[in-house]
Design a protein around this ligand. Sequence first.
Ligand SMILES: Cc1cc2nc3c(=O)[nH]c(=O)nc-3n(C[C@H](O)[C@H](O)[C@H](O)COP(=O)(O)OP(=O)(O)OC[C@H]3O[C@@H](n4cnc5c(N)ncnc54)[C@H](O)[C@@H]3O)c2cc1C
Length: 476
Amino acid sequence: MSADPPSDTSAAERLPAASHTAARLQDKTVAIVGAGLAGLRAAWALRVAGARVVVVEAGDAVGGKAVLASRDGFSTDRSLQVLGFEDSHLLRWASEVDLESSLLPLRPVATAQLHRGRVVDCDARSLAEIARTPGVRWRDRARLLRLPRLMNRYAPLLDPLRPERAAALDFRSVSDFSRLYLGKSMRDRFVAPRIAAETLGDESELSRVAFLLQWHQSRWGQARLGVAAAGLGSLAEATALAVDVRTGLRAQQVKELPGGRLALECSGPRDSGRDESFEVDALVMATAAREAGRICASLVTPAERDFFAGVRFGPRITLSVASDRPLTGLPQLVRIPHAEGRTIEVMLVEPGLAGGRAPEGTGLVTLSATQRFAEQHANEDDERVEGQLLSSLEAILPRLASTRRFTCLQRDPLGVPRFEVGAYNALARFQDVQKDRRFLGRRLYFAGDYLGGPRFEDAVASGSRAAATAISDLAR
Ligand SMILES: Cc1cc2nc3c(=O)[nH]c(=O)nc-3n(C[C@H](O)[C@H](O)[C@H](O)COP(=O)(O)OP(=O)(O)OC[C@H]3O[C@@H](n4cnc5c(N)ncnc54)[C@H](O)[C@@H]3O)c2cc1C
């Protein structure tokens, strides 16, 4: 079985041509709230276009969920940091900030899947290989031929930079869609583990658009996965050297000033007396949705307020386990189908490499618990949660019990946005309101993974989009 994947149809953001834009932007100041990858990408693009930029970050460090964290030379980041070789916005940005040597080329990641308790190589990138996914029934294999036909039909609506264009397809869950067209075994062993590993969401709640976009973006599964050697936090840190970032400053509210300028009021840590306010020509909000709605309450319409209040995030639990010895020869992403009944959704098993996320001669496992486990154990103490995840992990990788050096548990109540059925319709309505408000002269823009998809690439693309829109408005 073979089929042609789509050519790269994603519309790259278009920044207006350099010189006259830079002249018009040089007396404009733009504030960005949130120094995650979405906010920093927007800041970088605005800065390159000639605007004065100030980034306000509530935390002590830049990077948001990509913030660099380490212990004894092992990376203990809050996310797995698995990227795609086709993550064009992210990779372009890395080369723009001259980080090619430390971040690129990505180190290829092999993929495997748990099947009846055993880790089985599963680097399936063609339909024929996917059909051989362990656990897929023979009669469902033939149904896989429907996928290219469906993808060709839906392709005109699938644009990762403008996910709301697929709103018309947003009426079925991934689970219902895949069972209907591909069969139950294909859903349980191919679609669900892939979408769960990519979006950290549950297939029975996720909109099928999330899967279609992911499948389209990965060039029908052909794009290779990789890890950036130095970790994505270095991209945030390198960008922060080039723009004015104020860490430890929490945005509190924004008000409109006469003439359309905006006043952003921020507070420093309690009792620091470090409150600051900024008068700016435009503002990019790159925080989670609810926080954006709270800060901009006086400027947003009731429809936008409803949208922000309706965006749902799923809590996540991540466990990093440092090992005295490598557990694999190459980095390996292991997807764990829900049908296996484990508490772990996905894990990245990495051997230590010079300049990488673990010292040479050692190993590192970073795992993400299932959404259900994170929800059910939200109030349980760390020790018990870690104990349960470790015993689940060591049942899969028994060697780890004797080589484990230390563990690091991280809990993130606002883990990843959930793109459940209806989310893309809500997004389409929200983007319509954005157009109206811009037309009326409001210079307020939004960025963040909740506007695109729950991956670094989506967050970066949303930052590019917000910056490109602001630049075109300000240069007018
Ligand atoms: C467990 C886990 C694993 C993941 N694994 C992967 C993966 O392998 N591959 C992948 O591509 N993606 C992965 N992701 C997704 C990825 O981490 C996110 O999509 C991405 O980091 C979102 O970036 P962002 O800039 O939108 O938000 P954030 O990174 O959350 O940044 C928002 C920033 O805003 C700041 N802020 C909030 N409120 C204020 C305020 N009032 N004033 C000032 N600053 C404020 C915050 O401190 C933060 O720095 C994972 C996520 C999780 C949770």
